[in-house]
Design a protein around this ligand. Structure first.
Ligand code: S3P
Length: 438
């Protein structure tokens, strides 16, 4: 059952000032745990996100026989078992709220010689899995879903997988990564073609582990049967978590915030382009590369925003940032239109419907489309909104409180811990006038 008893209250105003480092990148943390587990030798991780999503991935790999020490203050030591060293778990693997964990592990486990069952919480149990199980079936895998294509997933061992060339019908880094992981266990080459680029952390990290992975204009290929070699990984701060504070500092008056060591991989950085087009003042300082990922310190200052039409080809590059982009749009002068974003309906909640409901509750004029929404910016009033059990909806509405006229109450802040443990403390420290009123 989804627990939604935590409520935060945000009072309008406050200056967003200082220097913060938000927790580690969720996508990169999951991949570090998974690839480190099937590498030969040890992998040390620093900066790991200790959110409950990543903890679920760690627990799953432990159940699969991998010794993992930590996490402690973002440090993890993984004693890799090699590509074929995973063992039969003695229980179902519970992946909680995490779509990334479930989809990536389905790809990893489809090529193992033992059966597994993957389950998740109420939200994850509603999410579509055929986008992964269908192409895996083409590779020869046997993965059964519930009748409507949702979890639980039962994976039955087969006599080997074979590589495929697969064109993704929907842009999804989770599906691409699941197929790449299955491809490590397949005979021959697995190539995945993308309709538009999506986050390429798996490709970069495979390369970091010394596993050949060929990226080309429209996709990526791997050949099965190679070896990953344990490495040291420093996980950058999560741009998706930073985005809440980027928008808060932009819409609050007289604010200046520095966010250190943030991942700015171009396949993730759509949010920066979109906000800049809206008028945001964001500078990238000390750009560098850390473990194959572009990283920078971001400096954000208050700026007046204007509404824009967000180009549909930018949507996959900012897919997780739309809840908070909607708050930026509501604070902007003029109309912002988001189209080509149907995928938002298949996240931890239906994020189009959740944002439309919440924004209307706060007095913002919004039109809803099947594939997006249109927001009349100008003024956020105040009121009480529901998170729908979705961490990013909860945090986005906390940011709405900064630019609102009256108090904003956000109900159901429990799941913030899936991606941003310590959100409340970081918010208070950076100047949000926020309290836990549970
Ligand atoms: C992720 C990919 C995205 C994103 C999710 C994390 C990943 O999902 O929304 O939060 O780590 O690969 P899709 O692949 O479904 O777009």
């Amino acid at each position: 059952m989804r627990v939604t008893h935590m409520r935060y209250l945000v009072r309008p105003g406050g200056q967003i000032i200082g220097d913060i480092r938000v927790p580690g990148d969720k996508s990169i943390s999951h991949r570090a745990v998974i690839l480190g587990s099937i590498a030969t030798g040890d992998t040390g991780v620093t900066g790991l996100l200790e959110g409950t999503d990543v903890l679920a991935t760690i627990e799953a790999l432990r159940s699969l026989g991998v010794e993992i020490q930590g996490p402690e203050q973002g440090r993890l030591l993984i004693r890799g078992v090699g590509l074929t060293g995973l063992r039969t778990p003695n229980k179902m693997l519970d992946l909680g709220n995490s779509g990334t964990a479930m989809r990536l592990l389905t790809g990893l486990l489809a090529g193992q010689k033992f059966p597994t069952t993957l389950v998740g919480d109420e939200s994850l149990s509603r999410r579509p899995m055929r986008r992964v199980t269908n192409p895996l079936a083409q590779m020869g895998a046997r993965v059964d879903t519930a009748a409507n294509g949702t979890p639980p997933l039962s994976i039955t061992p087969v006599n080997g997988l074979h590589g495929i060339h697969y064109a993704l019908p929907v842009a999804s880094a989770q599906v691409k990564s699941a197929l790449l992981l299955a491809g490590l266990y397949a005979n021959g080459e697995t190539c995945i073609e993308e309709p538009v680029p999506t986050r390429d952390h798996t490709e970069r990290m495979l390369t970091g582990f010394g596993y050949p992975c060929t990226q080309h204009d429209h996709g990526v290929c791997v050949v099965g049967g190679g070896v990953l070699h344990g490495v040291q990984i420093d996980v950058p701060a999560d741009l998706s978590s930073a985005a809440f504070f980027i928008v808060a500092a932009t819409i609050a008056h007289d604010s200046k915030l520095r966010l250190s060591h943030v991942g700015v991989n171009p396949t993730r950085a759509g949010v920066l382009d979109i906000l800049r087009e809206m008028g945001a003042h964001i500078e990238l300082d000390s750009q560098r590369e850390v473990c194959g990922e572009p990283v920078a310190d971001l400096v954000v200052q208050s700026a007046p925003l204007k509404g824009i039409d967000i180009p549909p080809d930018k949507v996959p590059l900012a897919i997780d940032e739309f809840p908070v982009l909607c708050i930026a749009a509501a604070s902007a002068q003029g109309i912002t239109t988001i189209r080509g974003a149907t995928e938002l309906r298949h996240k931890e909640s239906d994020r189009i419907s959740a944002m439309v409901q919440g924004l209307r509750e706060l007095g913002v004029e919004v039109d809803e489309y099947e594939d997006g929404l249109c927001i009349q910016g100008g003024e956020i009033s105040g009121g009480s909104v529901a998170s729908h059990g979705d961490h990013r909806i909860a945090m986005a509405f906390c940011v709405a409180g900064v630019g609102a006229k009256f108090d904003v109450e956000v109900k159901g802040c429990d799941n913030i811990v899936t991606s941003f443990p310590g959100f409340l403390e970081t918010a208070v420290r950076s100047g949000l006038r926020i309290d836990d009123i549970s």
